[in-house]
Ligand binder design. Structure first.
Ligand SMILES: NC(=O)c1ccc[n+]([C@@H]2O[C@H](COP(=O)([O-])OP(=O)(O)OC[C@H]3O[C@@H](n4cnc5c(N)ncnc54)[C@H](O)[C@@H]3O)[C@@H](O)[C@H]2O)c1
Length: 258
C-alpha cells in the first residue's frame, strides 16, 4: 500500500481525532492522499501532528469559519482539494419531556446537519473549479430506521442522508460526486472507553446479523472506496456498512451464532 506522496490527491476529513474519522484519515494517507484533519478537540489530533502529508485544523464544523479554514488549509498546504469526508458527528439520548430537549436537538442538528451543509458549501465549489471531486457524508443506520429515545440523532442522520442525495443532484454536472457511507454499531472510543459492559455489548450485537460490531477500519474501507476513482459512476448513493441490521424488518431476531 502506497503512503502519501507529494503531489497526490488531497482530502479533508472532519472529526478525524478518533474513531471512524481517524481510521479514514490514516487509510487515505496510507493510500497516497495528503489529509487535512479537522477536529473540535485540539489534543485529539496529536496523532497526526508532525507527520508529513497531514495538516490539522481545529474547530467546530457547525461554524462557517472552520469550514473555510479547512479548504484554505488544503489549498495553501497541498495545492488542491479532491475529496471530503464529512464525518464529525455527535449523538446523545433524547427525552421528549426533558427541560433541555430543544437545546440538545439544536446542538445535534448544528453539528450533524448544519455542519454537513457548511461542509458542502465550503468544499464543492473548490473541487468543481479544480476539475471535480468526491464528498462522502457519514450517515448512520439511525438515519434509515429509528431508535428508541434518540429522536434528535435519528432526525439529524435522516436529514444528512437526504442532504447528500440533493447535493449529488446539484453538483453532478460540475464533476463533484456526493455519497453517504452509513455505519452500523462500530467499536469507536465511545464504546471502548470502559463505559460498556460485556452484557451491554451482547445486547448491542444481538440485532446485528453478523453478530458483532464493526471495526473503524471496516467503515474506512467503504469510505475510501466512495472517495476513490473505483466509484467514479457512484453518486447520490447510500452505502450501508451495518452487518445487515437494516436488511431486517425487525419482527424476528437474526439467527444467533451456532
Ligand atoms: N460509532 C458508531 O457506532 C457509529 C454508528 C453510526 C454512525 N456513526 C457516525 O460516524 C461518525 C463518527 O463516529 P465515531 O463513532 O467515530 O465518533 P467519535 O465520537 O469516536 O469521533 C467523533 C470525532 O468528531 C469530533 N467532533 C465532534 N463534534 C465536532 C464538531 N462540532 N466539530 C469538529 N469535530 C467534532 C470529536 O472530537 C471526535 O474526535 C459520526 O458522524 C457518527 O454519527 C457512528
Amino acid at each position: 500500500m502506497a503512503a502519501w506522496v507529494e503531489g497526490g490527491p488531497v482530502a479533508v476529513v472532519t472529526g478525524a481525532g478518533t474513531g471512524i474519522g481517524q481510521a479514514t484519515a490514516r487509510m487515505l494517507h496510507s493510500r497516497g492522499h495528503a489529509v487535512v484533519a479537522v477536529d473540535i478537540a485540539p489534543q485529539a489530533l496529536a496523532w497526526a501532528e508532525g507527520i508529513p502529508g497531514f495538516a490539522c485544523v481545529f474547530g467546530d464544523v457547525s461554524q462557517e469559519a472552520v469550514n473555510i479554514a479547512m479548504v484554505e488549509s488544503a489549498v495553501t498546504t497541498f495545492g488542491r482539494l479532491d475529496a471530503v469526508v464529512l464525518n464529525a458527528g455527535i449523538a446523545s439520548r433524547s427525552d421528549w419531556e426533558a427541560d433541555d430537549a430543544l437545546e440538545v436537538f439544536d446542538r445535534i442538528m448544528a453539528v450533524n446537519v448544519r455542519g454537513v451543509v457548511q461542509g458542502i458549501r465550503a468544499t464543492a465549489p473548490t473541487m468543481a473549479a479544480g476539475g471535480g471531486g468526491s464528498i462522502v457524508v457519514i450517515g448512520s443506520t439511525s438515519g434509515i430506521r429509528a431508535d428508541p429515545n434518540r429522536w434528535a440523532y435519528d432526525a439529524s442522520k435522516a436529514a444528512a442522508i437526504n442532504l447528500a442525495r440533493a447535493a449529488a443532484l446539484d453538483w453532478a454536472s460540475r464533476g463533484v460526486r456526493v455519497n453517504v457511507a452509513a455505519p452500523g454499531p462500530t467499536m469507536t472510543p465511545i464504546l471502548q472507553g470502559g463505559r460498556i459492559t460485556p452484557e451491554h455489548l451482547a445486547e448491542l450485537t444481538r440485532p446485528i446479523p453478523l453478530q458483532r460490531m464493526a471495526e473503524p477500519d471496516e467503515q474506512a474501507e467503504v469510505i475510501c472506496f466512495l472517495v476513490s476513482p473505483a466509484a467514479s459512476f457512484v453518486t447520490g448513493a447510500v452505502y450501508m456498512c451495518d452487518g445487515g441490521i437494516t436488511a431486517n424488518v425487525g419482527i424476528f431476531p437474526p439467527r444467533a451464532k451456532d
